[in-house]
Write a protein that binds this ligand. Structure first.
Ligand SMILES: [Zn+2]
Length: 485
């Protein structure tokens, strides 16, 4: 194949390379084939807005943002749904502690979550579904489970799922019902028949928010909201369910038990994906342990792009053991990456038509694009994909030293745009940037003229004015060049 063909081919998302996904349900990598042609229904467990969004949340949501971006890049029509648990024990606790309305607490922390997500460029969610908007669906599902003999009403009006009636219990996590047999203390204060049973509907306690139901006033359990929301939007089966590893049991196990018992259709979800956790010195991040990192605190110290880069510099299944020094390291690496991309963008405008290194750069660009695609197609391996970009950057810098023409640099810039679009880092400059960059080139050239005339006052004035807006000048072999600080 000629290079031209290779370049044209890669401009269109190359669907020939199948995507392989590690499916927690089968415990192996499987080829990703959606249930309905090109459409992908994707659900990720969302936030319980009752405290600050921390780095653990950020890792999960950035990871699945990349998953959605890559699937879209490959030409799939992704509908990405995320729930919001807007009624839950911890929200009620906070309500009772502070005297605030539950809605007020939810609005505050969900608003902060959206701000953080926006800063981290997690912009691929189509719908945020609030649990309390689905109470009717939730009740219909619970009623159905009671009628089918999978759920029972306790004397206080709470409804529990009877895990002994579902033969598939434990198939996702490998945990068995027996593992929780008598002796398990969790059962004692609740009205369960079996320790593994879980609540579908929680009877109201004094002062708690409640909804009317056939079993008396109460509120939905946590697990049932997800199946109510996804069955409403996607029907009894869908393609991809994501979440953090710690949600696998019992939360995701409960979802399977509810949905499959309710609809009779198996599997409820075709691909289950679980993201690794963020720990601090090996311990779970927790306020009570004093090792809590709200994203907002990190955003005061680091650019959002650096945080995002840090979080995707592991494959999503891998854990991150967090330490601030690691963010410093990520900052240095990321700046190198970005510097190369910016140089490509800048040099492209002033490059000659052709250069000595054109051929080698074109070969490297085609290879990097293909390798990037292969890494991402292998269970969304962002770590490997970033390694490809670094490797490519070395070739790009060498080519720039040797001399490259505009065409080859245009291709390189296009490759960087693909990396940026998929990973959500290295975003190309905003619209109008070409004009700004062109004007900066002109100002620098005028300053050079002033220096040649020995008009150093003007030259210095230009240099200082540029510095004031964050543009610095440096001497290179090819004359004076500007760059952003
Ligand atoms: Zn969930």
């Amino acid at each position: 194949m000629s290079l031209e063909n290779l370049n044209t081919r890669r401009l269109h998302a190359d669907r020939a390379m199948p995507i392989r996904v590690y499916n927690t349900l089968s415990r192996k990598k499987e080829e990703f084939v959606p249930l309905h042609g090109n459409r992908v229904s994707m659900f990720v467990c969302g936030l319980t807005p009752q405290d600050e969004t921390h780095m653990g949340h950020a890792k999960t949501y950035v990871a699945f943002d990349v998953v959605a971006r890559f699937l879209r890049h490959k030409g799939f029509h992704v509908f990405y749904l995320q729930n919001v648990t807007d009624i839950e024990d911890r929200i009620i606790e906070k309500m009772q502690k502070t005297g605030r309305e539950w809605k007020d607490i939810v609005n505050q922390y969900f608003g902060e979550y959206l701000e953080v997500m926006d800063a981290l460029r997690c912009n691929s969610v189509d719908v945020y579904a609030f649990a309390t908007d689905y109470v009717d669906d939730i009740m219909a599902q619970i009623q159905g489970l009671i009628e089918k003999g999978h759920a029972y009403v306790a004397e206080d009006g709470s409804v529990y799922y009877d895990t002994t009636t579902f033969s598939g219990w434990g198939k996702l996590s490998g945990q068995k019902v027996e593992a929780l047999r008598p002796g398990a203390r969790i059962a004692i204060e609740e009205r369960k028949r079996h320790p593994a049973d879980f609540v579908l509907w929680r009877a109201q306690k004094p002062g708690e928010p409640a909804w009317g139901s056939p079993w008396g006033k109460g509120r939905p359990g946590w697990h049932i909201e997800d199946t109510a929301i996804t069955i409403r939007h996607f029907g009894p089966q869908y393609d991809l369910h994501g979440g953090a590893t710690e949600l696998m049991f019992p939360h995701h196990e409960a979802e399977i038990a509810q949905a499959e018992a309710y609809t009779g259709i198996t599997p409820f979800v075709k691909y289950w994906m679980h993201g690794g956790m963020v720990t601090v010195k090996g311990e779970e991040m927790h306020k009570s342990l004093g090792n809590y990192w709200p994203v907002k605190a990190a955003l005061k110290l680091y650019e959002p792009e650096v945080i995002r880069f840090f979080l995707i510099n592991v494959q999503y299944r891998g854990p991150i053991d967090f330490a601030p020094e690691l963010l410093d390291e990520a900052k240095r690496s990321y700046e190198r990456l970005r510097e190369t991309m910016r140089t490509v963008e800048a040099e492209r405008r002033r490059a000659p038509d052709a250069g000595k290194a054109d051929h080698s750069l074109r070969v490297a660009t085609a290879k990097a694009t293909a390798d990037f695609d292969a890494a991402m197609s292998d269970d969304f391996n962002t770590r490997e994909a970033i390694a490809v970009i670094f490797e490519y950057g070395r070739v790009v810098n060498k080519a720039l030293e040797t001399g490259v023409g505009r065409g080859a640099l245009d291709d390189a810039a296009q490759a960087y745009r693909t990396f940026a679009e998929v990973l959500g880092i290295l975003e190309p400059a905003a619209e109008g940037a070409d004009l700004v960059d062109g004007l900066l080139d002109l100002i620098v050239a005028l300053r050079e003229d002033a220096r040649k005339r020995k008009d150093f006052a003007t030259a210095d004035r230009i240099r200082d004015a540029l510095a004031a807006v964050g543009v610095i000048l440096e001497d290179t072999r090819d004359g004076v060049r500007w760059k952003r600080k």
